[in-house]
Design a protein around this ligand. Sequence first.
Ligand SMILES: *[C@@H]1O[C@H](CO)[C@@H](O)[C@H](O)[C@H]1NC(C)=O
Ligand SMILES: *[C@@H]1O[C@H](CO)[C@@H](O)[C@H](O)[C@H]1NC(C)=O
Ligand SMILES: *[C@@H]1O[C@H](CO)[C@@H](O)[C@H](O)[C@H]1NC(C)=O
Ligand SMILES: *[C@@H]1O[C@H](CO)[C@@H](O)[C@H](O)[C@H]1NC(C)=O
Ligand SMILES: *[C@@H]1O[C@H](CO)[C@@H](O)[C@H](O)[C@H]1NC(C)=O
Ligand SMILES: *[C@@H]1O[C@H](CO)[C@@H](O)[C@H](O)[C@H]1NC(C)=O
Ligand SMILES: *[C@@H]1O[C@H](CO)[C@@H](O)[C@H](O)[C@H]1NC(C)=O
Length: 597
Amino acid sequence: MLLPRLAENCCLLSLSLLVCLITAALAADPYVFYDWTVSYITASPLGLKQQVIGVDGIFPGPILNVTTNWNVVINVKNNLDEPFLLTWNGIQQRKNSWQDGVSGTNCPIPAGWNWTYQFQVKDQIGSFFYFPSLGLQRAAGGYGGIVINNREVIAVPFGAPDGDITLFISDWYIKSHKSLRNDLESKNGGLGPPDGVLFNGLGPYQFDKALVRDGIPYQIINVEPGKTYRIRVHNVGISTSLNFRIQNHNMVLVETEGSYTVQQNYSNMDIHVGQSYSFLVTMDQDASTDYYIVASPRFVNASTWTKASGVAILHYSNSRGPASGPLPDPPHEYDTFFSMNQARSIRWNVSAGAARPNPQGSFRYGQITVTDVYVILNRPPELVDGKWRNTLNGISYIAPSTPLRLAQQFKVDGVFKLDFPNRFMNRPAKMDTSVINGTFKGFMEIIFQNNDTSVQSYHLDGHAFFVVGMDYGVWTENSRSTYNKWDGVARSTTQVFPGAWTAILVSLDNAGIWNLRTQNLDSWYLGQESYISVVNPENDNDEVQLPDNVIYCGVLSPLQKDQAQRVHFSGASSSDKIIEIVLIAIIVTLLGLSGTS
Ligand SMILES: *[C@@H]1O[C@H](CO)[C@@H](O)[C@H](O)[C@H]1NC(C)=O
Ligand SMILES: *[C@@H]1O[C@H](CO)[C@@H](O)[C@H](O)[C@H]1NC(C)=O
Ligand SMILES: *[C@@H]1O[C@H](CO)[C@@H](O)[C@H](O)[C@H]1NC(C)=O
Ligand SMILES: *[C@@H]1O[C@H](CO)[C@@H](O)[C@H](O)[C@H]1NC(C)=O
Ligand SMILES: *[C@@H]1O[C@H](CO)[C@@H](O)[C@H](O)[C@H]1NC(C)=O
Ligand SMILES: *[C@@H]1O[C@H](CO)[C@@H](O)[C@H](O)[C@H]1NC(C)=O
Ligand SMILES: *[C@@H]1O[C@H](CO)[C@@H](O)[C@H](O)[C@H]1NC(C)=O
């Protein structure tokens, strides 16, 4: 730790440039190492025993607490009964989609196997989370927080808080993720109201005996009067937008998914599936009682969803009584304009430094020429080839057994097509592996048009994008006149309201293959995703090389050694490497031949 700091101070003071460069070169970014076993554990979040996915034996999993540019090495052992991958929501994996942990970039870690992720949290700060990316597993847990702290040389745009608290809010079903999968495949109409809303994997405090059964353990947040805490809130749920609020307490919004925002007061915030926010909350209320912390479903009929409110307790150290009174009021249940106006009020603090010393706003996105425009339309589930599927521009994504990135690396033809349409095509919906052909260093405008009846949130891996506009109705070219070209916030997940559109701008400066998906697990599971392929045409080596421990599957599975052998031979051997290269060459040749015949 001494060396990096020396290097930074040295560069700041710009002493001898040469000494500075040498010191910096010697001062490698620190590494952190973890061994995580992923397994089923028993929990009773809503009072009934069920199987949940624990990471390192706990649910939610451990918080990954690192600083900008640190290297992270995590050996993940899959003790579940099915294939598994973790993805790192919002972590950009610069030039390294090999570590992204989604089906288009990685072969799943088979049950009983382990796989070691290794990546750098390059040029990022803020609050993110990891979660299992396959087959609706997030509905059973398996998630945890990621905190990336500022380097010491870059000031945080607010005073150091007295404490740092992570809260996961999520809708929750008592059914297992496997039966939820069956429900989605076999019937239209979705999953129906959830059985409850959890705070950090725990059920609601018994604020009303008629609504909450006895004996459910709930989350207690312990605080000291007069102190200010940074509260990081993540909606890691399945499909429900949640309104987050703390009885009688003001929340100052300071960060969304890696960007410092203009600091503003809110009494509540709509947090959509997959979104992350940081608030500063000062404990400035009468400290003799506790207070409710609430996460309640939005845009649903409150009288039929009454059982689905998450309630935790804010406990002042010298409190002498429980929280009391009704839960603080949510915004009106069908007031979608409130929610859209609130979303529009979130802005980027252009003068704050973040991962780099220069202010966030020095990347003047509003002045960059757009090179590609995609208008992406989603619709409610529909029958495609006799199956219930969700589509984007009429295409329901099919994950091939060979991940896209591996197919690209080994030049295996026919796994995917770079033909994702830039507009909705008036043709029957189909299932396909259709990918967006991104332009390296291009500046892409994407308009999401939501023709479904529920809020969808969209996420792009590998990048942060600028949220520049959203409105009700159908997007037209004229809608661009309403764009925020100055301080739209950069983030990685945005909501799109039903019957409305959201426009984002994104700089495709990260070579790789990147997942573009809805974060809503139900529509994601039914095919509402694609990928953006970003290739540097001048330099094939622009990306981090294929990791040595890569797992092979699909048409490349002959390259895979079984894991017992792999562990046995680890540490050996250039001869192993040579055999591997020869094998690869043979297979690629064979595939090439079969492709041409
Ligand atoms: C992260 O670790 C630092 C010490 O390295 C500690 O000061 C900080 O409170 C930790 N943050 C979280 C969120 O655990
Ligand atoms: C599996 O874990 C062992 C140590 O327990 C490690 O040596 C090996 O590299 C890991 N395998 C992979 C593919 O990461
Ligand atoms: C924006 O960031 C600057 C620089 O850190 C800080 O001084 C200022 O208070 C922030 N402004 C708002 C409105 O959040
Ligand atoms: C937020 O509310 C506090 C009082 O709770 C007030 O002092 C502060 O000025 C408000 N900030 C803004 C930006 O309105
Ligand atoms: C909400 O549900 C209740 C009970 O089913 C029903 O009576 C009421 O009409 C519904 N309200 C709206 C606005 O749909
Ligand atoms: C993808 O785009 C590149 C330019 O960025 C172009 O050269 C290439 O032909 C395109 N590929 C396909 C299959 O359309
Ligand atoms: C989407 O919804 C809009 C407004 O409700 C409607 O005008 C349009 O025809 C719909 N488009 C499709 C392809 O369903």
